[in-house]
Design a binder for this molecule. Sequence first.
Ligand code: AMP
Length: 448
Amino acid sequence: MSFSDLGLAEGIVRAVTEQGYTQPTPIQTQAIPAVLNGGDLLAGAQTGTGKTAGFTLPMLHRLSTSGKQHANNTSARAIRALVLTPTRELAAQVEESVRIYGKYLKLNSAVIFGGVGINPQIKLLQHGVDILVATPGRLLDHMQQGTVNLDNIEILVLDEADRMLDMGFIRDIRKVLAALPPKRQNLLFSATFSDEIKALADGLLDSPATIEVARRNSTVEVIEQKIHPVDRDRKHPLLAHLIKSNDWSQVLVFTRTKHGANRLVEQLGKDGISGMAIHGNKSQTARTKALSEFKEGKLQVLVATDIAARGIDIDQLPHVVNYDLPNVPEDYVHRIGRTGRAGATGEAVSLVCVDEHVMLRDIEKLIKRKLPSEVVPGFEPDPNAKPQPIQLRSQGHGGGRRPQQGNARPGGKPGGGQTGRGMPGKPPAGTAAGGRSAAQHRSGGRGR
Ligand code: AMP
């Protein structure tokens, strides 16, 4: 099966081939014909499966062949496709994909998200845009100011819908939906299917084709996962030890709080390990800089909170470390999905202290496997350590979503293993902008 077998326009196939993709991924093989058909789609796919091209390619095909293309740039364009994403990083990445795959078409695109000035976005919109990629909060700002017109939307995509709901965007999404013309094609992508997602899909989609690749909530197969039990105050020396003794050159580290991310970067700096943090309190410029230096290999460690890391696409990222376990088990799947992408193998290690045994149990329940546990010599945890309550947010920012009380339980025993997800061909280097959307500030998100 090739991209041209799927019936995509020649210009699109050419652009995809230039990216080095030889074969469509499983989600693409299924989603592309379904979207080309013109019907609604409900797709269960995680990041890393090639889902972005899965909706972008047929969307570009439909828009470019339906005869409404503008022959020149002076005629006013109306927005014909709208893609909503939970984060700025993902919005920027999706729009970059639209540009890459649509480079031989006469369609243009723009991305709008919060945390940056609104005026340049207003100018872009005035100039005329065919495909708009947006985070819900900033799109709503434009709607309220009357600077965006959604009357001509033919295709709506909700990307990572589960994450948008997690981040409290449901009301914003409903307001956007209410402003769209009723006759349109709707595509909903989600990694997980909660009752909330099902309710959203029921109200939004009309007899959708349904596709699901990779088992729901499963962790991807090419990633080796293990935990290192360790005392709470020995996590930092253990991480420094792992980085140095294994000679890790590019490590993405997750912390639970922004404060924790900053502190870890400082501590690693003292060990001679170069790192930067990306989280919601960092400026757009700082986040973009950190991400690009990390991608270029100039920065050894990128420390991120969950929301900041969402949508980061780094080819062949070999190591992900959960410095803290996430308090929402699904985030574990999202975090380790950063490694082992597009068929590459990766390793995800979690540093687990006595306070986190309940979280570990929840994660193992979700992924339906016990994570192998390996004590690193010299970092044996104190068997008599008592769990302490976990602080879910940086200090001074109020409580978290699901308070956890430590509840001692022995760490996981060796077991589990790998499951598989292959992706042919070579992906392009991803890029992403950074930042935190206005909506996240308003919705009071999860404060990470
Ligand atoms: P996504 O799931 O959309 O975030 O895509 C994950 C990664 O796979 C990105 O780096 C894409 O560039 C890459 N990719 C997408 N489609 C293909 C394909 N058909 N062959 C190889 N790599 C791909």
